[in-house]
Design a protein around this ligand. Sequence first.
Ligand code: HEM
Length: 395
Amino acid sequence: AAAFGGAALALGGRSAWEAAAAPSPTAGSAAPAAPPDASGRATVEFRGARQPGVTTPPQAFGAFVAFDLVEGVDRDALVRLMRIWTDDVERLMAGEPGLADTEPELATVPASLTVTVGYGPGLFTAAGLEDRRPTWLRPLPAFGVDRLEDRWNGGDLVLQVCADDDTTVSHALRLLTKEARTFTTVRWVQRGFRGTPGARPPGTTMRNLMGQVDGTRNPDPGIDPDLVWHPDDGAGWLAGGTSMVVRRIAMDLDTWDELDRSGREQAVGRRLDTGAPLTGTHEHDEPDLAAKDANGLDVIGPFAHIRRARTDDAGQRFLRRAYNYDAPPSPGALSDSGLVFVTFQADVDRQFVPIQQRLDELDLLNEWTTPVGSAVFAVPPGARPGEYLGQVLLD
Ligand code: HEM
């Protein structure tokens, strides 16, 4: 933990994994024809042992679309879909139109686009590959805090599409969804945002819609790759892959508004202005969970989110890569806001579930937050040159 905090400080608040994974501008971006906005030309490498969009520094905008496979889609059909997606994801991420792109002009601003593909439990059934389904690939256990709505749950297949431009996200999402339409139906779409690029100093941690600095303490995959990536032990198709949990968590901002500032800070255990722990002064200061106030009470309360969300077991950490959502409210309501809470971890059961269980037992934040959707996916390794996505599993 200290090493992570130190690394983040050394890099001016930006964690080492973010700095290391920062996208490089496309070669030739200095050419006269390049648009003046350099961030729009930035690209992320698609090919490699691991898929992009996991340890890539979170882009400003994200869209998540889950699909159900239509009746009759088998392993051969999935291979065809993966080949089509692989080709066009590679093109789009390079800032080029898809093969049958009906809006090619919309493809010219890659803006660090990444597309990440994940497989739900149903894909393994459809492909006749049940024996290769990871044991953790199933719906999460039911939690007391859950008020899940089926319209946000599950899915046989998922695409995570992220970029620093929302038009780019929409275009990629539409093209890839269109290409899948004979194989799938759309189950749910969730969109989110973190903050416009350039509106805040680089490396600033995002704020969620409760106003909190959110994402301060995340493991550094550069230091602890095994927390995120399935070990490359040569055994099994998932080597170099990961798992993705997508929880839609609604915030009750109306009742949150009624809480005073000190109550809000105690709910998390951190200050609202700087994101510093209640026992520190800077965002990346290590919280002192043993500190007592003048009355002998814990400064960071027993119910505080950050106390509950950590354990002494360093193996129970995972990568949070959440996006804010702000949807049209239902009739009579003022808002429908929350987090598309996305996490990546090598093993859902070993890392995510115990922490979610702890938060289910006690976390003051539960008073204002409610999980309304839940899905788990296996993210296959990346497509190396000449490969299609998921080839190690589907071939
Ligand atoms: C930390 C907000 C749900 C796991 C934090 C922090 C905030 C926050 C403000 C402190 C800053 C930081 O380190 O990022 C929220 C909100 C949630 C939510 C608003 C729901 C809408 C969850 C859930 C989990 C979780 C469902 C896990 C299942 C964590 C972890 C930390 C954290 C592991 C870091 C704790 C540490 O090591 O200090 N969250 N969170 N959070 N949260 Fe959440």
